[in-house]
Design a protein around this ligand. Structure first.
Ligand code: SF4
Length: 323
């Protein structure tokens, strides 16, 4: 039987702790992999989503402004290389020390097409001389075996990260958000993704209506059990023109305060294995679309508060992880 004792600084001291960090940050991970700073560039390849087009549900997730994913509203956009060039031009002043980029297929469901359509899209991104890898955001119910095979094939050539939108382990919350699939889809996708040549990360949302503190921490333990390589966390936030916006306006849904989020995130991180990369700890949207909570817009302040809470507790990622 494996030990369930808390890890201590003497029982495990991974490189990120040796570097003075309290959690395994994505920036640290990419530096380990590539030896230099690497940033993601977002690509919109024109996909839709099966709970927008009516395949598994209609209307999309309650918090997602998915009108632009509607098949009838897809607008012509620059080709993949053109999008990368445009993003690099915008980023050049901000990231003067960054020469390498990961092409991030981000909006909608980026495996929701036959492999014959997916392959050339991923190839076009990789053909850019400054692109050193791919990140592909998708739903766990949209990765049939041939798509997993394709991602594995790319993973044999380059860095590939597949991001599954898990959000929570609780089916009642997935139903609340009109997800169109249950947690069994995530378990199935993970079983078929293990031991492949790509990294797997999972998105999770804290403060879903009806979830207690214990429910949220159960999702942390489930992520550890599933052995995802990385996690992206954020609180439930609200953008305009969504069902959630109506629920917030009527008071049906109340959004978390920053202090509660910070404490919950730190509790969550303490339960994750020290080998799991924390890719994101907050989320936001363009101010024009954003409703709240307003504190999300200051990501730097949220990160500082999380760091301060970890310092105050003298804690770190994995402190209470149980194998
Ligand atoms: S699965 Fe993703 S893209 Fe589709 S509606 Fe939900 S949040 Fe939006």
């Amino acid at each position: 039987m494996q030990s369930t004792k808390p890890l201590t600084s003497t029982s495990f001291f991974p490189p990120w702790r040796q570097a003075g960090l309290r959690f395994y940050s994505y920036r640290f991970r990419l530096k380990e992999l590539f030896g230099t700073r690497v940033q993601k560039v977002s690509i919109d390849a024109g996909f839709t989503c099966p709970n927008v087009d009516g395949t598994v549900a209609k209307g999309g997730c309650t918090f997602c402004d998915n009108r632009s994913f509607s098949p009838s509203r897809r607008l012509p956009r620059a080709d993949i290389r053109g999008q990368i060039e445009q993003s690099l031009a915008r980023m050049r002043n901000r990231y003067t020390d960054c020469e390498k980029f990961i092409a991030y297929f981000q909006p909608a469901t980026n495996t929701y097409a036959p492999v014959e359509r997916l392959r050339p899209l991923y190839e076009q991104a990789l053909a850019h001389p400054q692109v050193v890898g791919l990140a592909v955001g998708t739903r766990p119910d949209c990765v049939p075996d041939d798509v997993i095979g394709l991602l594995n094939e790319f993973g044999e050539r380059t860095y590939v990260s597949v991001e599954y939108g898990m959000q929570t382990m609780h089916d009642r919350s997935l139903e609340w958000m009109n997800r169109g699939c249950g947690h069994d889809s995530m378990i199935d996708a993970m079983q078929r993704s293990q031991l492949r040549k790509f990294e797997i990360s999972a998105h999770a949302i804290l403060d879903l209506p009806g979830e207690s503190h214990a429910d949220m921490l159960a999702t942390a333990r489930e992520l550890a059990r599933l052995e995802v390589d990385g996690v992206k966390l954020h609180n439930l936030y609200c953008v305009k023109n969504t069902k959630l916006a109506d629920q917030v306006a009527t008071g049906e849904v109340k959004l978390m305060e920053q202090a509660d989020y910070v404490k919950t995130v730190v509790d969550f991180i303490e339960l994750l294995p020290p080998t799991m990369v924390i890719e994101r700890l907050s989320g936001d949207a363009p101010p024009d679309y954003f409703i709240g909570p307003k504190w999300c817009l200051n990501k730097g302040a949220v990160k500082r508060e999380i760091d301060a809470e970890m310092e105050r507790r003298d804690t770190w990622q994995g402190k209470f992880w149980e194998r």
